[in-house]
Design a protein around this ligand. Structure first.
Ligand SMILES: [Zn+2]
Length: 420
């Protein structure tokens, strides 16, 4: 369900408030999830800051590491690539100096700080360019990452969307590269200055680790940021089941899911019926479908019909109510074939939806499809870029977090009423 809240934020034309409610024909009460109990720290984040991002050979860089939560362990340092070799002094500690090696041409290095706690290594890094004395100064590319925030659990079959911004240094940008913790290549994409959004599907070695996201220029210089991930299929499954118990189960035990798409999963496409004037917005509906297809593997068939026509169930209907303005822009109502199976989802679009810009119209459709396919409740625990998060200010920001993706794979791999 979407409510319009005009001019709340000066910078954006619209700000959407996702309200809960709606309710299907036989919808059981949606129980608000209990406040999550804070877990004891299960990992450490190491952040490295350098006092400059380019130096001449033989000069020194001051390197500072912060570990959170704080821990007594010794902070060690290394450089990558390891050759030509610079020198750390002292060899360990929260603040060290790195004496840059002699280079033949401008070369990027990653300065890596790491701690070992109970046999596990946690690391962070930052990059610096070392210039040959005969060279003019060269700025490396810069990169910032907005998403994911914090540590993310990943595993087979899910996408980790990475959203950020890159800017060019002295040389044209060439590619965005994601490296595993051992330096091996996971994935790369061509890139140009400005915002980027990529989907990482290769997570490399299993376990908890830091992967590096680099913006590399035509001379091989790079700027880098790190992302903390835990690549663990069973942990991903476990958290996905918890998600389902909270958001897509009757009393936390049996899953509710859309229609009989077959198990296995998704042996049948989801049928969507555009009623009357809704047919004018077919391209937006199809765009919203592509979003769900990309993240969750659903396929869709979109038809146009008139109000009063009959259509076989299960189905989703998109109903234009553009002359009504109930204060919400869109609303999904679910009707049930039985306790565990949604047979029909009616997505009503109101006047407020019509008034929105096109990208947020698509964003709203994407959100409502989530109510039809995943859960009637609003989900607030994965951060503001989540598709079912209550506030959406920018369609570019919509993602389905990895745990939710896995949850949807799971729920559609079993018949309705399955116990996660
Ligand atoms: Zn909603």
């Amino acid at each position: 369900m979407l409510k319009s809240r005009a001019c709340l934020i000066m910078l954006s034309l619209v700000s959407l408030l996702w309200g809960c409610g709606g309710g299907g024909l036989n919808l059981p009460n949606v129980v608000n999830p209990p406040n999550p109990t804070p877990n004891p720290p299960t990992g450490y984040r190491v952040t490295v800051t350098l006092n400059m991002n380019q130096v001449y050979e033989g000069e020194e860089v001051t390197c500072t590491a912060e570990v959170s939560p704080s821990v007594q362990q010794v902070i060690n340092w290394k450089q990558e690539p390891s050759s030509p070799t610079g020198r750390f002094s002292p060899l360990s500690g929260a603040v060290v100096r790195w004496h840059a090696p002699l280079v033949e041409r401008a070369t990027s290095f990653s300065i890596v700080a790491y701690i070992v706690v109970q046999g596990r290594t946690y690391e962070g890094s930052s990059s610096v360019v070392v210039l040959d004395k005969s060279e003019p100064p060269q700025e490396p590319p810069r990169i910032s990452i907005d998403w994911p925030k914090g540590e993310t659990v990943v595993g087979a079959g899910v996408l980790l969307t990475i959203i950020g911004t890159v800017s060019q240094g002295s040389n044209p940008l060439k590619e965005l590269v994601v490296l595993d913790s051992d330096g091996s290549l996971l994935q790369k994409w061509p890139i140009s200055p400005g915002d980027f959004r990529v989907d990482l599907s290769n997570f490399g070695s299993p376990g908890r680790k830091v992967i590096r996201v680099r913006a590399v220029d035509s001379a091989g210089l790079y700027g880098e940021q790190t992302i903390a991930v835990t690549n663990d299929n069973s942990l991903l499954d476990e958290e996905a089941r918890e998600f389902l118990k909270k958001y897509s189960c009757v009393a936390g035990t049996n899953t509710i899911r859309f229609g009989n798409l077959g198990t296995g999963p998704y042996t049948k496409p989801v049928r969507i019926y555009l009623i009357d004037e809704a047919a004018n917005y077919r391209n937006l509906v199809e765009e919203a479908c592509q979003f769900w297809q990309k993240y969750c593997g659903f396929s869709f068939e979109v038809y146009t019909i008139h109000m009063g026509d009959t259509a076989p169930l299960p189905a989703i209907a998109i109903i234009p109510k553009f002359n009504e303005d109930p204060g919400v822009v869109a609303l999904t109502e679910r009707g049930y074939a039985n306790t565990y199976e949604v047979a029909e989802a009616d997505i009503s679009l109101y006047k407020g939806w019509l008034d929105w810009p096109q990208n947020t119209q698509t964003g709203a459709l994407t959100h409502e499809l989530g109510h039809a396919l995943v859960t009637a409740s609003e989900i607030e625990e994965f951060g503001s870029r989540c598709v079912l998060w209550p506030i959406l200010t920018d369609y570019r920001d919509q993602v389905i977090p990895t745990i939710m993706q896995r949850a949807i794979h799971l729920v559609y791999s079993y018949p309705p009423g399955w116990q996660p």
